[in-house]
Design a protein around this ligand. Structure first.
Ligand SMILES: [Zn+2]
Length: 219
């Protein structure tokens, strides 16, 4: 679900529509969080085989680490990318405002955090535009994004969180632990598609066959 102080608006003839703030949204506010109404498309879903459906899904979904695609039931699916986004995904799953967002300002996020399936050219117009949005962006830029997320999360307790009630219990507990103690920060590395992590063979003992496990970044 998208933050309630948002509305759909025209951006430009090239880009089409986008999400705009209808009120002031301070840094540290949850902008988007997955909720139980979201449309979840599993990897083997028949709709992915239908070219017309596939086009819509590719355009409006993001991909979770498990490979499930999520199409938001509300306006969140219209959020545009910027390499200088004012909100980003965090390792806690939700997106957070990384600076104050003024009424009328377009709200953007960084598609590099959403597990795009193919590298695509970017022409967002930001002065720091990377030129591309790639499937390996999380691997490349996680340090920078984690730093932005930590900086924004420092404001978490001090701003209104209209979407805070939608957070699942485990995430809430882990977030509270990090905010209260500074320990156990969840990196955006956790958003990386599991299938993209390199596999390694691990032999438990001479008697057991090797297990293949994903190399985890979880901590
Ligand atoms: Zn760009």
């Amino acid at each position: 679900m998208l933050h309630p102080a948002t509305e759909l608006g025209a951006v430009s003839p090239d880009i089409g529509v986008g999400i705009f703030a209808s009120g002031f949204i301070p840094k540290g506010t949850i902008i988007y969080i997955k909720d139980p109404l979201e449309i979840v498309i599993e990897e083997g879903d028949n709709r992915l085989q239908d070219p017309a459906m596939r086009k819509l899904i590719d355009r409006y979904s993001y991909m979770e680490p498990t490979g499930k695609r999520i199409v938001s039931w509300d306006l969140a699916k219209y959020m545009n990318h910027s390499c200088d986004a004012n909100s980003i995904s965090t390792g806690y799953g939700f997106e957070i405002a990384i600076r104050d967002i003024e009424p009328g300002e377009e709200i953007t996020d960084d598609y590099g955090l959403l597990n795009v399936e193919q590298r695509m050219p970017c022409c967002c117009g930001a002065s720091n535009c990377r030129g591309w949005i790639g499937e390996d962006d999380i691997q490349k830029y996680h340090t920078k994004w984690d730093s932005l997320a930590r900086d924004a999360l420092a404001y978490y307790y001090y701003v209104s969180q209209p979407l805070g009630g939608l957070m699942d219990t485990l995430t809430r507990r882990q977030l509270q632990r990090y905010l209260d103690t500074g320990e156990g920060f969840r990196s955006v590395n956790q958003l990386r598609l599991h299938a993209r992590k390199p596999a390694r063979a691990v032999s438990l003992s001479a008697d057991t066959p090797p297990l293949i496990e994903a190399v985890g970044d979880f901590g």
